[in-house]
Design a binder for this molecule. Structure first.
Ligand code: PLP
Length: 376
């Protein structure tokens, strides 16, 4: 059966060049980077080279990059360390953040005397910047603002630099979950106004279980995981050297083709939208217009129909892999917490189509045909 993978916001297939680079390294290098002999030192040197390359892409410095097991750990670390080490007593976030952020802020605000506030969103799910400014006007509490750069369900982009200015002027720490944008957009941290960003290699054709947290050098945080003081004492545990090599290669490839990839994938998203409008009655779209949305994600609201809850299952039977809302919350039957905040018509099924450089227009045509059959 034909297999079409339109769930690239959940994860992407590994690029064969990433796999090749990892295999070469795995075959030849097994050293522990903390060992002082040459076997260990070679691994250490490779890790430090990749740290420097990543820092260069972000216009940051190598000591600001801390390798983690991925996006979830990096988000946890930024938020938990802000409360524990930076005197944060108030967190402002939004109700449509990823659970890596929402569940962490909930936890830290339960345990400590830390207040949690949610910024207002407009009806498309965008952060109301005036409301953010108003909330930040009260400067009696040390505040952490945690707002994602791109929403993983509806694709809305945050004006990250504008938000960093607002936070900076008001003395707040700014963390942005950039898991959906690192490797997809160039990010320039040279202004020094963004304090934490996060990355997961598997979102841009790298391996799972590896990512990083960027920590602005002006912030002095303490270790998040205790042990042998790896990662400059911030994150103990023998480094995932194979993962780091894969992350490094995935970053390099992503940056090499970033502009063409954006154009190509955006053309697919546009084509999908046009074909849906042409072929399916009363189809609607969540989130922002093209200019203010991630080029990889198209979240579609279909008209209500009998067996609507079987839509994803039926697409799967036709070999089409997609998500309803976010794959990260699959298994729960509470629906998407993002759509629950912005959606008013609950009986309309929603499907998140998310594309990568590996998808084709022909796959979209196949998907449209299958959708027509299922909806009729
Ligand atoms: C916006 C966002 N943040 C965090 C994560 C978690 O990243 P990881 O899977 O590397 O733990 C994801 C993964 O879906 C995500 O989309």
């Amino acid at each position: 059966m034909k297999q079409v993978y339109f769930d690239n916001a959940a994860t992407t297939p590994m690029d064969p060049k990433v796999l090749e680079e990892m295999m070469l390294f795995m075959k030849e290098e097994f050293g522990n980077p903390s060992s002082i002999h040459s076997v260990g030192r070679r691994t250490k040197a490779r890790i430090e080279l990749i740290r420097k390359q990543i820092a260069d892409y972000l216009k940051a410095t190598p000591s600001e990059i801390v390798f983690t097991s991925g996006g979830t750990e990096a988000d946890n670390m930024a938020i938990s360390c802000s409360v524990r080490d930076l005197g944060v007593t108030r967190i402002i976030t939004s109700e449509i953040e990823h659970h890596a952020v929402l569940n962490t802020v909930e936890k830290v605000t339960q345990k400590k005397e830390v207040k949690l506030e949610f910024v207002q969103l407009d009806d498309k799910g965008n952060v109301d910047l005036n409301n953010l400014e108003m909330l930040l006007h009260d400067r009696t509490e040390k505040t952490l603002v945690s707002l994602m750069h791109a929403n993983n369900e509806i694709g809305n982009l945050l004006p990250i630099h504008k938000v960093s200015e607002i936070c900076n002027v008001n003395g707040a720490i700014f963390h942005s979950d950039t898991v959906q944008t690192v490797g997809h957009y160039p990010l320039d941290l040279s202004s020094g106004k963004i304090d934490f960003i996060t990355c997961a290699a598997h979102k841009f054709h790298g391996p799972k279980g590896i990512g990083f947290l960027y920590v602005n050098k002006k912030l002095k945080i303490d270790s998040f995981i205790q042990g042998g003081a790896q990662e400059r004492g911030l994150r103990s545990g023998t480094e995932n050297s194979y993962g780091i090599v894969g992350l490094g290669k995935a970053m390099e490839l992503a940056h090499k083709i970033m502009i063409e990839q954006k154009d190509d994938v955006l053309a697919l998203k546009r084509y999908m939208k046009e074909r849906l409008i042409e072929e399916i009655k009363d189809v609607r779209f969540y989130g922002n217009d093209e200019e203010h949305s991630l080029y990889t994600i198209l979240n579609v609201s279909f008209p209500a129909f009998e067996n609507a809850d079987m839509l994803l299952f039926n697409l799967d039977l036709s070999g089409i892999a997609v998500s309803g809302g976010s794959a990260c919350s699959s298994g729960s039957n509470q629906g998407s917490h993002v759509l629950n905040v912005i959606e008013k018509e609950e009986d309309r099924p929603a499907v998140r189509f998310s594309f990568s450089k590996l998808n084709t227009k022909e796959e979209i045509d196949y998907c449209i045909e299958k959708l027509k059959q299922i909806l009729n």
